[in-house]
Design a protein. Structure first.
Length: 126
């Protein structure tokens, strides 16, 4: 029972952090808008599910994404597509075209990196 509670708590914390990142990026006016933290929290969950499905589909098709600059570009494009799909599913979230999704994906990556950096400096990183 403790493992299940830990798993659920981990998912909720990850969704809350994801929601915070989405909310912060939406306030920067970079192509992603959410109506509030509730929409950002739901968007984080939907984005995780959509990204998981896309990753699974690519794996099922035998498509692997390599490293390096080409891998980073492919991952960025996939992240933008995930944002666009999620924007059409989540009420209260909108994405301003593919360019807006690309810019928002980059901004989200930077905000996640900053959060990891701060948590690491506080000794809370994993």
């Amino acid at each position: 029972m403790g493992n299940i509670l830990g798993l659920v708590l981990g998912i909720v914390i990850a969704a809350a952090i994801g929601g915070l990142v989405i909310y912060v990026v939406s306030k920067l006016g970079l192509g992603l808008e959410v109506s509030g933290f509730g929409a950002a929290f739901i968007a984080a969950i939907i984005i995780a599910v959509v990204a998981g499905v896309i990753t699974w589909l690519l794996g099922a098709l035998g498509i692997t994404i390599g490293g390096g600059i080409l891998g980073a570009i492919v991952n960025l494009v996939i992240a933008a597509v995930v944002l666009m799909i999620s924007g059409s599913i989540v009420p209260g979230m909108s994405v301003k075209g593919f360019a807006g999704a690309l810019i928002a994906a980059i901004a989200m990556g930077v905000v996640y990196w900053l959060i990891e950096l701060v948590l690491g400096l506080l000794g809370l990183g994993g």
